[in-house]
Design a protein around this ligand. Structure first.
Ligand SMILES: Cc1ncc(COP(=O)(O)O)c(C=O)c1O
Length: 406
């Protein structure tokens, strides 16, 4: 199945098999991979079989019987992002993983969190909540005129504020922008600053190497470009942070050992960021999804997917009354457009009726970005490697037609 990265001919040969492995390809044009990718059959089968085993022999007994495969979750994620299995924690969502990482930091009044204007909505709300409760200060690095964070300006802010935490989202939910997270990480390492990266939209779309990024924490979800099940995510925790004793505020009996009535000892690995109860079918599905993505080849995916999105973006931008909103030096597989003379829900419903899956983003998802662009909503289309050029053309044609009658 592995695709030889630079050869588009390899994709031509492999696409029919990849699409045959993806039941949803028969029913929809799925351009909502930034919401949730389509499951591949091996992922679905793995999960269904585990649920059947739970029904047949009992839930605890089933997870014990599949202990080796459960460990596969950690080895797969570790191989995907370049760390050891002990640096990986499973989480029910990326947001939960992110909150757990934040909760391990002993913020004090006046501490600074330095972030970007394009960090994910829930991260921004969490920072505001920390400000409300602990009196931290929140600083947003400015953007470059062409879009994307100004890394040099951010580095100066690091020197000026010595932030307790630097936080950056690799690809925001609200545009195709790809932020230079490794460059930011280099500055963090030089200054010894704690660095948290949200890689939800990039994992499965681009290669992620936590050593190259130089982050202390990294969060991801399995359901988007990794094509795993819903209700799953992960947290990477660096050896540095584990050795320094960072632990989540609400550590439980899985993350720690209750050693005496008045003491507990956190586990030595990132499992201290997990909870005791696991959705095992989901964990196994995630392992299968990551294995599948690695078999297809992340390098090859990272060439094809943004290229498909680029063709889509150019085609849509050429339609009168449609404006592509994505800005920045590097753009990924999220394509966002403003459409004149349409209301958001009506426009999306019209696409739904044509079997085209898309998503809407609103001003409150991206207060800075949508403010700068002066839009209140956009339509987001996010193809993946299993989509075809023909589907790109069909979506462009459908939007041109709707726009003309709108
Ligand atoms: C950039 C980004 N970060 C974080 C998340 C949150 O992920 P989850 O829904 O798994 O908590 C999303 C989800 O859309 C996202 O786009």
């Amino acid at each position: 199945m592995r695709i030889n990265s630079s050869a588009s001919a390899s994709w031509g040969e492999s696409l029919p098999a990849l699409r045959a492995d993806t039941p949803g390809c028969e029913t929809v044009i799925h351009f909502n991979n930034a919401g949730c990718g389509l499951l591949a059959t091996p992922v679905l089968t793995t999960m269904v079989e585990h649920l059947q085993l739970e029904a047949a022999i009992g839930g605890y007994e089933a997870s014990a019987a599949r202990a080796d495969e459960v460990r596969g979750f950690y080895t797969e994620i570790a191989a995907l992002i370049g760390c050891g299995p002990g640096n990986v924690a499973f989480s029910g969502s990326a947001t939960h993983a992110y909150a757990n990482a934040l909760s391990s930091i002993t913020f004090e009044r006046g501490d600074v969190i330095l972030t970007t204007r394009n960090d994910f909505i829930s991260n921004q709300i969490a920072f505001l909540s920390l400000r409300k409760r602990f009196g931290i200060e929140l600083v947003h690095a400015p953007d470059l005129p062409e879009g994307g964070v100004d890394v040099e300006a951010m580095a100066l802010l690091m020197k000026e504020h010595r932030p307790r935490l630097v936080a950056a989202t690799h690809i925001p939910t609200n545009s195709g922008l790809v932020q230079p997270i490794a460059e930011i990480g280099r500055h963090c390492r030089e200054l010894g600053l704690l660095y948290l990266v949200d890689a939800c939209q990039s994992v499965g779309q681009y290669p992620i190497d936590v050593e190259e990024i130089g982050c202390d924490f990294l969060t991801g979800t399995c359901r988007k470009f990794l094509r795993g099940p819903r209700g799953s995510g992960f947290l990477y925790v660096s050896d540095r942070v584990l050795a320094a004793g960072y632990e989540p505020l609400f550590i439980d009996m899985h993350g720690a050992k209750w050693t005496a009535p008045g003491t507990y000892t956190p586990s030595r690995t990132a499992s201290r960021f997990e909870e005791w109860e696991f959705p095992y079918a989901t964990v196994l599905g995630c392992a299968a999804a990551v294995r599948y993505a690695r078999e297809v080849g992340i390098d090859a995916i990272s060439e094809r997917t943004p290229q498909l999105a680029g063709r889509l973006r150019d085609g849509l931008d050429a339609i009168p009354g449609v404006r592509a909103l994505d800005r920045g030096e590097q753009l990924g597989a999220l394509v966002t457009i403003a459409v004149d003379d349409w209301q958001p829900e009506a426009f999306k419903t019209a696409l739904d009726a044509r079997g085209i899956n898309s998503a809407l983003s609103f001003r409150n998802f991206a207060q800075f970005d949508f403010g700068d662009k002066n839009v209140n909503w956009c339509l987001r289309l996010s193809p993946h490697y299993y989509n075809t050029d023909d589907e790109v053309e069909q979506v462009i044609a459908a939007i041109a037609e709707l726009r003309a009658v709108g």
